[in-house]
Write a protein that binds this ligand. Sequence first.
Ligand SMILES: [Zn+2]
Length: 51
Amino acid sequence: MAADPRFHADAESCPVCGSPNLQEIRCKVICLNCRTILQSGADLDGGALQG
Ligand SMILES: [Zn+2]
């Protein structure tokens, strides 16, 4: 009944605010509650930012 210790990138709820409202955008998982990026794809690493 305790919280599962298996906390990986594929979290079902936001580890920051605990909200289950997660939105998967492209290769990222963003919390719709606190707007925190929980998971970022490798595509964002060293990528050029374009407006
Ligand atoms: Zn959150």
